[in-house]
Design a protein around this ligand. Structure first.
Ligand code: GTP
Ligand code: SPV
Ligand code: MN
Length: 594
């Protein structure tokens, strides 16, 4: 398959360690993938769904102990502990290699070793990078074939270069006690054992495209971010690009595929999707920041996806898609999840494969759910009706605005603009959100999640902030403007106040108008907030006072917030860039004089 000596050497080591019965190179051909699908159906690893209603689609169930990323078992194994920083689990690389090799040794016995050469980014793009993952799971192969560009062409582009990321995945016994997701940034290596869930085993995604790539970006002068990328087309046909970082399950896929409200569609507004989860960004020849989506598909949250909330995502899942941990409708062999529609199937199995009685559904009791809250679809990006023309081009799109956001029931206003790049980095570094089901652990707890990268930054987060500040200096007046949004303010009953979804377009329009100097704003203690009359409420069931209430910056709430940010900053100690401390001081001063 390849003469690349570095590849051959590593694969020999892997074979010796893992002792597979046979090895299969993934060549990227439809023929090979089809035979793997057939094999997975034969062994029960996947269920073939209704070929008429969902052509080329399959259902897979993971073990109930293996349904989300495991942050407490995710490690950054840099040689020095300081380089992993205060927010990552760290272990000495020598010790960790030893431990992981002991766990993985011999575990491919009786199994096949699949070798997947893949490209993150369009093959041959100047921003793209290559990885090779070995795995003993057909499910991983088939997901990687959707999420990345795989096969022989990747090896041709790699040639005899040593610039590629080594990825070892071994299912082992899917034992949660021996589950580890480990990164060795200085060796371009990832090892994942005892899991078979997406974010832990599709090594091109969070492991490479964020944890390893963020480290590479720091060393090489570019950025790898947990961001969607969208193009906003105005009635003149001009397209402006926005990148947005929200924590897991906080609305990236939804915003990336947004359909504007009718009155804006009628005027000619449209959103194009470039990416829904990850953005790699480099400064282009003209000095602006250019972004590519390194992925080739969407690994999206299923529950809540329906034809009203996210029509384009739902359309994307109608063919050649793998569903994980959703409910199975036994009457017509299709899938179902909470809020897909109001008519749950009468004759169904839940995500664990047990008989499911929809009438017993109780929101407060997870054991009554049809689909797991973190159930997912893996859909090819080219299925998306609004996929951007730029998606497959390697040059990337110029970014006008960067948006941060998260779930904050009470604090952050609907939208505000930072006063400068430095102030924007401060806002990103202080970001917080209520936790979701995307990671194992408690849900709904406020935690600081800087730039939505807390679980994904592959090096010391203080260095990461400094890198952001440095990028801002290089970009100068060509830097994207930085904003913060919050679709998740709730009222006293706990219901969301802002309608969200397609109506978020009203906020995006204000953001782009601000970038082009066309919209007004009020300067507040935290940044520039829209004048209520500048958020268009046409055709919307939100009155002016309600809008005002969610644009409000409350002195008491924010004074408490500033104290919490100070607490959050403590863990970074002296390494925290001084600019961020002065930004915090500015915020406190502004609040005091409010
Ligand atoms: P990851 O794939 O985990 O990174 O998630 P994501 O950030 O892409 O989140 P996604 O778009 O899948 O949305 C997660 C959940 O948030 C879904 O249940 C959505 O229905 C819900 N959601 C998305 N946008 C909005 C919004 O504007 N308002 C409200 N209230 N909910 C939203
Ligand atoms: C996330 O959790 O941010 C995801 C899903 O996008 S996973 O691939 O599991 O990380
Ligand atoms: Mn994500």
């Amino acid at each position: 398959m390849t003469d690349n000596k570095t590849v051959i050497k590593w694969l020999d080591e892997m074979k010796e360690l893992l002792t597979p019965d046979k090895t299969i190179w993934i060549d990227g051909s439809e023929e090979q993938l089809e035979s793997l699908r057939a094999e997975a159906v034969k062994t029960g690893e996947m269920i073939k769904l209704n070929e008429e209603k969902l052509p080329g689609c399959y259902l897979h169930r993971t073990l109930p102990n293996d349904v989300a990323r495991v942050e407490d078992r995710t490690f950054i194994c840099s040689r020095s502990k300081e380089n992993a920083g205060p927010t990552n689990n760290w272990c000495d690389p020598k010790e960790m290699y030893k431990k992981l090799y002991n766990i993985a040794r011999g575990t491919y016995k009786g199994r096949t070793m699949y070798i997947i050469p893949y490209s993150m980014g369009p093959i041959g793009s100047p921003i793209a990078k290559i990885g090779i993952e070995v795995t003993d799971s057909i499910y991983v192969v088939l997901n990687m074939a959707i999420m990345t560009r795989v096969g022989n062409k990747v090896l041709e582009v790699l040639g005899d270069s040593n610039d590629w990321v080594r990825g070892l995945h071994a299912k082992c016994d899917v034992d949660p006690e021996n589950r580890y997701i480990c990164h060795f940034p200085e060796d371009n290596t990832i090892i994942s054992v005892n899991s078979a869930y997406g974010g832990n085993v599709l090594l091109g995604k969070k492991c490479f495209a964020l944890r390893i790539a963020s480290y590479q970006g720091w060393k090489e002068g570019w950025m790898a971010e947990h961001m969607l990328i969208l193009g906003l087309q105005n009635p003149k046909g001009e397209i402006r690009y926005i990148a947005a970082a929200f924590p897991s399950a906080c609305g990236k896929t939804n915003l990336a595929m947004l359909i504007p409200p009718k009155y804006l569609r009628d005027k000619g507004y449209k959103i194009w999707t470039v990416g829904d989860d990850i953005s790699w960004m480099k400064i282009g020849p003209d000095g602006r920041l250019y972004a590519i989506n390194p992925e080739n598909g969407f690994f999206g949250v299923a529950p809540g996806t329906n034809e009203h909330s996210n029509f384009n995502a739902l359309e994307s899942t109608k063919k050649n898609t793998i569903f994980t941990n959703v409910a199975l409708n036994l009457d017509d062999n299709t899938v179902w999840w909470e809020r897909l529609n109001d008519t749950p199937p009468a004759n169904a199995l839940d995500w664990k494969g047990n008989k499911w009685d929809a009438s017993k559904f109780d929101k407060a009791d997870k054991s009554t759910y049809g689909a797991h809250p973190n159930s997912r679809f893996t859909a090819p990006a080219k299925n998306c009706p609004c996929i951007s023309d730029e998606f497959d081009k390697g040059e990337g799109v110029p970014i006008s605005a960067i948006i941060f956001g998260g779930r904050r029931a009470k604090c952050a206003p609907l939208v505000y603009q930072s006063k400068s790049w430095e102030n924007g980095v401060f806002i990103g570094s202080a970001m917080a959100s209520e936790t979701t089901a995307a990671a194992a652990g408690a849900v709904g707890v406020v935690r600081r999640d800087p730039m939505a990268m807390l679980p994904f930054c592959g090096y010391n987060m203080s260095d990461y902030f400094a890198h952001w500040l440095e990028m801002g200096k290089k970009l100068g007046d060509k830097a994207p403007k930085i904003f913060n949004v919050n679709w998740f303010r709730t009222n006293d009953e706990g219901d969301f106040i802002w309608p969200g979804y397609g109506d978020n377009m009203r906020v995006l329009n204000w953001i782009i108008d601000r970038c082009e100097g066309k919209a007004d704003a009020v300067e507040t203690a935290i940044g520039y907030v829209p004048k209520p009359e500048d958020i268009d409420l046409t055709d919307l069931d939100v009155d002016f006072d309600t809008l005002k209430s969610i644009l409000k910056v409350d002195k008491d709430v924010w004074t408490k917030e500033a104290e919490e940010i100070e607490e959050h900053y403590k863990k970074f100690g002296d390494k925290l860039p001084t600019q961020l401390r002065s930004q915090l001081q500015n915020l406190k001063n502004n609040l005091a004089s409010m």
